[in-house]
Design a protein around this ligand. Sequence first.
Ligand code: Q5B
Length: 256
Amino acid sequence: DEVIVTPLIRTTISDDRGDEPCYDGYPASELINKGYEIPHVIGLLWDKRLISKQEAEIIKRIMMLSADHGPCVSGAYATILAACAGIGMSQAVAAGLIMIGPRFGGAVTDAGRWFKYAVDNKMNVDEFLAYMKKNVGPVPGIGHRVKSLRNPDKRVKELVGYVKSLNIKTPCLDFALEVEKITAAKKDNLILNVDGTMAAVLVDLGFPIDSLNGFFILSRTIGLIGHWVDQKRQDSRLIRLFDYLVNYAAPKRREV
Ligand code: Q5B
């Protein structure tokens, strides 16, 4: 008697049943030997398409620019704190990754989503900002804690300059830059940030909205691993906050 088993999961991106993995049908060794690189693997596994050389170069640059931003940002700081508490690499890196969210690093997907929404609906910047204020809140991809018009983010300038030099159509990036003109005029740190720039460029390249945060997560993992290894190498001690860094606002000690 034939037993019919219902598959537990369905995958459409890779197959490991041969002598090597195939990414969206392409054997890994063939990709390597024909000169394809990490961005092509990302294209195959995240968007099921073999991206062009030009797209691969843009993705490589996005990854290089967002791999790390020093020890003070939420993600790196969490990984360093964990490393100093003796936590192993995967957990300490996971602690840093958990920090990636709507305010730090994880605004890429929503920035892409809303810039695309505006472009698709032919909104002008004023309409977009009014819509966001009423329905969404702070515009994802806009604003930075330390970068501003007076202290520009070189990463953003670099990426925008490169993409613009290619003379490709960039409706989302163009719109995001128009948004920045208005928001930064209101408050000088409301610039187009690295999340927003990556998002706009990646939407213009056709990457699925849901994949966009992945670009920051993947790139920043390089930096988080670096911070963990760095603390191990230095045999760093446990970190404990100093009292003077805390505003103790709890009631003074009292009798029961
Ligand atoms: N306001 C990023 O804010 C930050 C506004 C806004 C309208 C906005 C804030 C924000 C959207 C999320 C986003 C990615 C939290 C940032 C990154 C990677 C990184 C990190 C690094 C790296 C900073 C003060 C006043 C308030 C707000 C208004 C702020 N943002 N209004 N749209 N987008 N952005 N995140 O300075 O009237 O006073 O109440 O949430 O895109 O994470 O290097 O550090 O590589 O690691 O803390 O670059 O902009 O100011 O939140 O106290 O706001 O500005 O409504 O107005 P701040 P807040 P009011 S890139």
